[in-house]
Design a protein around this ligand. Structure first.
Ligand code: GLY
Length: 402
């Protein structure tokens, strides 16, 4: 899609200066832009290829309960809040863009293969129950009744009926179109430097030489969010890239007296301590992910990474090695020190964070769009987003201002 304003607003023309400049047009930046435009703000998104960030690699499992980690209860609440609004978000986005986003209410089965993995899953299940979450324990036979292609040695699992999926690529495409239709300007370039005046962010200079000024600048640049030249150290989002390798296969229906889908719902497992997930789409695509690697900005797909994924996937679903391999990718999750996102005001007035979503960018897209748009229009973050301001990493600073 062509830029709606290839030259961008000019500093000398106040009419063209947007209220909000979003640096980064991945699904987080686009959701912020779309929601802010719906609230009447004039918004520009700066990105060379909007809609094609880490979401292009992501599988799209929406699984706050299945992926619960000890000590991350606030993140669980944010994830549940986002998951609960996903159906409406997807429907509204489809209406606004004219494009389906592949939201599928399929549930998630997490399984264990050996005694240690089963014990770990039992612990997680007990923790989920203590928190009042909807989860059901199944023995191995019950797991195979749901998913007949599972290996005979699957020993048990949890079924979380409320953890679903969306297609992150379609999500990106639909958000670009929804933004375009709601009047968001897409400026196709990269940020070269953050501009500040009198201790306040006032926009950026883009790599194409254009200066984009705005009342508020939202940094939504994923793993690159901390690297923008001109960021004062105290306002630098503490993000780092966490590499994830993913592969895509093509499923075929298993023929027999009763033709069976190869896999009907999201499948997650711990295989000898390694975490793996498989996300089957209605169109036959099966996404298998993902490695977790601290390799800086490297996105090389390696034989070792794919070997580990396929080795573990085959233990769960022995028939997987028969499926055609369609695609391999590596993406970069924006990790933070506590694995939770950075939402809201930074230490630099005028600079707002919407980044650091780590493993949860797709899940947290609806709640992030709503929270940041609310902040941009009211100066307040909704309660579910309030624990995630960047201030938690700089407690010695006075309260941040807009
Ligand atoms: N959300 C899954 C991942 O980051 O691999």
């Amino acid at each position: 899609m062509a830029s709606t304003d290839a030259h961008g607003p000019k500093a000398a023309d106040p009419v063209l200066v947007p209220d909000v400049l979003v640096v980064g047009g991945g699904i987080i930046g686009l959701a912020v832009a779309w929601r802010a435009a719906q609230r009447g703000l004039r918004v520009t998104v700066l990105d060379p290829d909007p809609g094609r960030g880490a979401n292009h690699v992501a599988a799209g499992m929406l699984a706050p309960v299945t992926e619960l980690q000890y000590g991350e209860e606030p993140l669980l609440r944010l994830g549940i809040a986002s998951n609960e609004r996903y159906a409406d978000f997807a429907a509204e986005l489809t209406e606004a863009s004219g494009q389906d986003v592949g939201y599928r209410r399929c549930g998630t089965l997490a399984v264990a293969l050996d005694a240690d993995d089963r014990a770990e899953l039992r612990e997680v299940h007990a923790f989920q129950r203590r928190l009042g979450l909807q989860t059901e324990w199944l023995n191995g036979r019950e797991c195979r009744r749901l998913e007949p292609m599972l290996a005979p040695d699957v020993r048990g699992g949890t079924l979380v009926g409320g953890d679903h999926q969306v297609d992150p690529r379609r999500l990106g495409t639909a958000l670009v179109e929804a933004c375009r239709r709601s009047g968001v300007t897409l400026h196709r370039s990269r940020a070269a430097r953050l501009l500040t005046e009198n201790g306040r962010a006032v926009g950026v200079r883009a790599e194409d030489g254009v200066t984009l000024r705005a009342g508020a600048t939202v940094v939504a640049a994923g793993s690159w969010s901390g690297d923008l030249p001109g960021l004062p150290p105290e306002a630098r989002p503490p993000v780092r890239p966490v590499k994830g390798q993913v592969l895509r296969l093509r499923m075929e229906t298993v023929q027999g007296p009763l033709p069976t889908p190869f896999l009907s719902r999201n499948l997650r497992a711990v295989v000898r301590g390694c975490h793996i997930y498989l996300v089957p789409r209605e169109n036959g695509e099966l996404v298998v992910g993902a490695t977790m690697e601290e390799q800086g900005f490297d996105t090389t797909v390696t034989a070792g990474g794919l070997y580990e994924l396929l080795r573990d996937a085959r233990e769960l679903l022995p028939g997987i090695t028969e499926l055609p391999l369609i695609e391999t990718n590596a993406g970069l999750r924006p990790g933070t020190p506590d694995n939770a996102p950075l939402l809201g005001p930074t230490a630099l007035p005028g600079l707002v964070a919407a980044t650091g979503h780590h493993r949860n960018g797709v899940l947290l897209t609806p709640v992030t769009g709503d929270a940041i748009a609310a902040f941009l229009t009211t100066g307040q973050l909704p309660p579910e987003a309030a624990p995630f301001t960047p201030a938690r990493f700089a407690p010695q600073l006075p309260e941040f201002t807009r």
